[in-house]
Design a protein around this ligand. Structure first.
Ligand SMILES: Cc1ncc(COP(=O)(O)O)c(C=O)c1O
Length: 438
């Protein structure tokens, strides 16, 4: 797979931005998440550049922090001057801790709590994407009692049932927990009612149809539906100033997957919005995107060590690694497919026997890669799984009390730990011991 930043050195080791990943793997006995910091920056800039090139009105990018977030990532987002999409009080807290200004934060969530909404309003977050009627009522109450204004977008569910991705990554189908499901007339009433009280400022609409999408036509279809609704709102005297199209651009996980083309994606969708506005006589809205996976996914890889190797049926060899579904839940959750290499045997030919890469959890489903050809593996070899930058570290868990791995950012021949590994003491840090059990 053609991934940016990787090369092979004279020792036959895999190298990222000049850093030998085999040497790097010796820094820990656990898996390590490694991010190409330069590629994260490049991807963010590609989105911004494409928008300024192809969309004639104002626009903004809000990085979807659910894909991957820690203090270093939030600080990088701040440095790059883009916005951040947070979908919980925890993500908001990290954005605040990195001192991301409130006008660069947009808040999501399908069941935001009072505390989360209040924290967002108090900080003055730029925009709240309201998911449902109850949330709008709660937000009205909070803004009125704090006497603070708040701009909102309504999350629409375009009801698209034909999106091609794993069913758990479809978010805009009719049968979905996300967004407004109420009928059109009611939405117009709801908007008017919310705005009549003074503190809620209706700015426009949001939709996010799904994640890891390879075809831009799904967005075009969604836009047709959303613009029908925009026209309906206009007839009711409600104008939209802003349109947020969510995230979702797919990335390459396997050799045959197409590489994401950010420029083409933005160009096609900008042109579609411009065309629809022209056709329907609507002023161009401020356009927003919330990419997550396409920013960090290809920029991340995970370093593992091979442990036991067992012979299974049909010639397959089980190669167990020192991590698994605790650090990458995607294969177990979405049957996601990844590809990998042996970082210390880059110049060796693949053996005839296929390997099944399994994790170290007590679950039969703890399989990272179902079937892969690699050079002949022995204990201690360094396996690098690619495209693990998105939705891996952010879904990490302590099953079997495996310790959470740390994160390294690699720049140009330099690297830093940006999240420490957990320690054994962390496993009991939050436990209490009642008197009768001491
Ligand atoms: C509302 C919203 N916006 C943006 C994203 C980011 O999507 P992706 O990481 O596929 O770009 C998601 C992820 O599911 C989402 O739910």
């Amino acid at each position: 797979m053609k991934l940016k930043g990787f090369s092979v050195n004279g020792a036959g080791n895999l190298v990222l931005n000049g850093v030998d990943l085999v040497s790097l793997s010796r820094e820990s006995e656990r898996p390590i998440y490694v991010f190409n910091e330069l590629l994260i920056r490049e991807n963010l800039r590609l989105y911004q550049k494409a928008l300024s090139l192809f969309y004639p009105k104002s626009s903004s990018i809000f990085y979807a922090s659910k894909a991957f977030l820690n203090l270093a990532m939030a600080s990088l987002i701040k440095q790059e001057g883009v916005g951040i999409d947070v979908c919980s009080g925890g993500e908001l807290f990290i954005a605040q801790s990195a001192k991301i200004p409130s006008d660069k934060i947009l808040m999501h969530g399908n069941n935001k709590s009072r505390r989360e909404l209040q924290a967002a309003v108090e900080y003055g977050v730029k925009k709240i994407v309201v998911d449902n009627v109850e949330e709008l009522a709660l937000l009205q109450h909070i803004t009125a009692s704090l006497k603070k204004e708040c701009s909102v977008l309504l999350r629409l569910n375009p009801g698209l049932d034909d999106i091609e991705t794993h069913k758990y990554m479809v978010t805009g189908a009719k049968d979905s927990k996300f967004g407004f499901h109420v009928d059109r007339t009611k939405i117009a009433e709801i908007i008017n009612d919310a705005c009549s009280r003074g503190y809620i400022k209706f700015k426009g609409l949001h939709f996010h149809i799904g994640s890891n999408l390879q075809k831009v036509s799904f967005y075009e279809h969604a836009l047709d539906k959303v613009f029908d609704f925009v026209v309906f709102l206009k007839e009711k005297g409600i104008e939209i100033e802003e349109l947020n199209m969510g995230g979702g651009l797919g990335i390459a996980y396997q050799d045959h997957d197409p590489l994401p083309d950010i420029e083409k994606f933005i160009k096609t969708l900008s042109q579609k919005v411009i065309q629809l506005c022209e056709d329907k006589g609507i002023p161009l809205p401020h356009l927003m995107f919330e990419p997550g996976r396409s920013i960090v996914g290809p920029a991340g890889c995970t370093l593992y060590k091979i442990g036991s190797i067992k012979r299974g049926p049909n010639k397959i060899l089980y190669a167990a690694v020192n991590g698994g579904m605790t650090d990458n839940l995607r294969p177990a959750l979405y049957q996601a497919k990844h590809t990998a290499v042996l970082a210390n045997r880059m110049n060796e030919p693949d053996s005839d026997q296929p390997y099944k890469i399994v994790g170290n959890c007590c679950e039969t489903g703890d399989i990272l890669i179902e079937n892969i050809h690699l050079p002949h593996c022995v204990e201690g070899d360094v396996l690098v799984i690619f495209s693990t930058g998105a939705y891996t570290h952010s879904m990490v868990n302590n099953y079997n009390k495996h310790l959470l791995p740390g994160v390294i950012f690699v720049r140009d021949r330099a690297y830093e730990w940006v999240s420490k590994e957990q320690t054994l003491q962390d496993l009991i840090r939050f436990d209490g011991l009642p008197e009768h059990l001491r």
